[in-house]
Design a binder for this molecule. Structure first.
Ligand code: ATR
Length: 277
């Protein structure tokens, strides 16, 4: 008689205790009646390569990786997806039975699915976007928007050189703006995305004037603590459709779960409530 192994998956970070992923995946496993475990593992960067190598031997079928390992994970993978290579970071790893490591990045997928979930008629190709911020999260958002057909993407960052680098890496559809000029183009923008940490609990609000923003612009914030950031509150008052950032966290988890445990989980209000409680 063959006994099939119970799939194990970890989220690896340093620190990791704040991660909402174990609660998310644990709930999906329970709801779908699947055997499996998803656990948080705190690993220091110096130990990351060794831990990763051992995981397939221990029964792990995959892992999520988060700060500070997202870039390092790429360098240890045997196969890197195009989107992970473009973003320069991995968040989802799968292990084959012979111990090979496949690295993917589902952050951009999560970003797009979150918007579609709230605004089913939204189409990235319909007009220009403005992206604020040029860190790792911005890179994922920009590559997803380019892939989804955004015709033009204006990019503004406090440190302009980081935005220029993203244009160099990701291509001609990106137009870099000075941070101080971003507010001037708001009336011609279909989508506005905040990828900076501004607006997060404990950080200053985004101090961008929204006087040129009109109700045709969809506004979304990657910050989800608080769920309704000052940016979303102001945009809502103007009449813009708004999408909060919690759903990106949930949707980016879907492809990994499906790959590791064999069933696609649904994202609904109950899933959101679980992460908010
Ligand atoms: P992540 O990987 O989450 O994107 P990051 O690489 O640290 O994190 O990037 C944070 C982003 O928030 C950057 O665009 C950063 O701007 P800089 O590149 O100029 O640092 C932006 N950010 C953070 N604090 C800011 C502030 N007070 N004003 C403007 N932008 C800020």
């Amino acid at each position: 008689m063959t006994v099939s192994k119970i799939p194990l998956v970890a989220v690896i970070g340093h620190p990791i205790s704040h991660s909402k992923s174990p609660r998310l995946h644990g709930n999906w496993l329970k709801k779908l009646g699947l055997a499996g475990y998803y656990i948080p593992v705190d690993v220091e960067p110096a130990d990351f390569a060794h831990v990763l190598k051992m995981m397939p031997k221990m029964g792990f079928v995959g892992a999520n990786v988060t700060i500070p390992h997202k870039h390092l994970a790429l360098t240890h993978a045997d196969h890197v997806s195009d989107r992970a290579a473009l973003i320069g970071a991995a968040n989802t790893l799968s292990f084959s039975e012979d111990g090979k490591i496949y690295a993917d990045n589902t952050d951009g997928y999560g970003f797009i699915e979150n918007i579609k979930d709230h605004q089913p008629n939204w189409n990235a190709a319909s007009g220009p976007a403005l992206v604020l911020g040029a860190g790792g999260a911005s890179r994922a958002v920009l590559s997803a928007l380019i892939e989804a057909g955004a015709p033009e993407i204006y990019l503004a960052n406090r440190t302009r050189a980081r935005a220029d680098q993203l244009k160099t890496d990701l291509g001609a559809r990106i137009h870099v703006l000075d941070w101080s000029k971003a507010s001037e183009i708001l009336d011609g923008i279909d989508l506005m995305v905040n990828t900076t940490s501004l607006g997060m609990v404990g950080k200053p609000d985004l101090s961008l004037s929204l006087k040129n923003l009109t109700s045709k612009t969809l506004v979304t914030d990657l910050v989800y603590t608080p769920l309704e950031t000052d940016l979303l509150k102001q945009a809502n008052a103007i009449g813009c459709p708004v999408v909060d950032g919690l759903g990106m966290l949930i949707h980016q988890a879907v492809p990994g779960f499906e790959r590791w445990f064999g069933k696609k989980p649904t994202v609904d209000q109950e899933t959101r409530n679980l992460l908010l409680s």
